[in-house]
Ligand binder design. Structure first.
Ligand SMILES: [Zn+2]
Length: 294
């Protein structure tokens, strides 16, 4: 896509899978002086240098500990908070303000850690029998203490798509978006569905548009709580819209000039307000502008 890195992508740690499965090695790495990510619940605590801060594993106060991976051979850990995050991402202003300051590699590290920690905090009981679960494999698994069932950290695929018709692109907004903001349509992939089928279904459900020639652009891990955003492009043969108000508030076709204006003028734009740079939709629109499709 574009040369600019996608937020939350580019996780630079060695995930060191063999270490996760080796309790003796893990115990050796998890000494009291090992580095522990400083968090307030799930909110990153940044230092004066606007980077993630690290404390000591010895200060974890008995919390469950996740092994994040090795950074140039040095093990990094994080503690599972007492509560997961049950509120939607858009309410997390403090977190997003911090994230806007982090360099790309630390954003990726935080995003991965956050998804994993949040999953642990919200999966303390077995979905099979209701028994208590315990962290296993350095935090990349949970085991039920009653029936032995194993659970693995989840990633939920979400398709997000730019639909194009006669050099205009379809964008929508829902009621909680800031005024004037439009973004690419998106939706979870359902069981029994391909990515292409999910794209077609979501666009038809939300905007009443039939699409063809779905192609993949890029993917982005999105840690609120644990989506994998799968960015796609598709064509429509007709510009007629039939908007489902239960799904979105509005959808419109935008010209290239309108998209350019949104990027150039930001909040002053009279066409619409573009998605934030942290969102994959921002990069998809830039990719679309750079793509010469005549
Ligand atoms: Zn169980």
């Amino acid at each position: 896509m574009s040369a600019r890195p996608l937020a939350f992508a580019g996780h630079a740690l060695d995930r060191a899978d063999p270490v996760r499965s080796d309790p003796a090695r893990l115990a050796e790495l998890a000494h009291a002086e090992a580095r522990l990510l400083r968090l307030d619940g799930l909110i990153p605590r940044l230092g004066d240098d606007q980077r993630l801060q690290w404390g000591r594993l010895g200060d974890a106060n008995g919390a469950e500990i996740v092994f994040l991976g090795l950074n140039e051979g040095e093990p990094l850990f994080a503690a599972v908070p007492t509560e997961g995050d049950t509120d939607p991402a858009y309410t997390r202003r403090e977190t997003f303000a911090a994230l806007a300051l982090l360099p790309a590699d630390e954003l990726a590290l935080y995003g991965g850690a956050r998804s994993l920690l949040d999953w642990h905090a919200r999966h303390r009981f077995c979905p099979q029998c209701g028994g208590a679960t315990v962290l296993a494999k350095g935090g990349w698994q949970r085991d039920c203490t009653a029936c032995g069932a194993q659970q693995f950290p989840r990633t939920d695929p979400v398709t997000i798509m730019l639909v194009e018709h006669e050099r205009r692109v379809l964008l929508g907004r829902n009621a909680r978006f800031p005024q004037g903001s439009y973004s690419a349509l998106a939706g979870f992939v359902e069981p029994g569905e391909t990515i292409e089928e999910a794209v077609a279904r979501e666009v038809f459900e939300e905007a009443g548009v039939v699409v063809r020639d779905v192609s993949y652009i890029a993917s982005q891990p999105w840690p609120f709580p644990s989506q994998l955003m799968i960015a796609c492009h598709a064509y429509a043969d007709d510009h007629a819209l039939r908007i489902d108000p239960a799904e979105i508030e509005d959808a419109r076709w935008f010209t290239r000039d309108e998209v350019i204006e949104a990027f150039e003028k930001g909040a002053e734009s009279t066409s619409f307000r573009a998605p934030f740079a942290i969102a994959v939709a921002h990069h998809m629109l830039r990719w679309w502008l750079e793509r010469d499709d005549d």
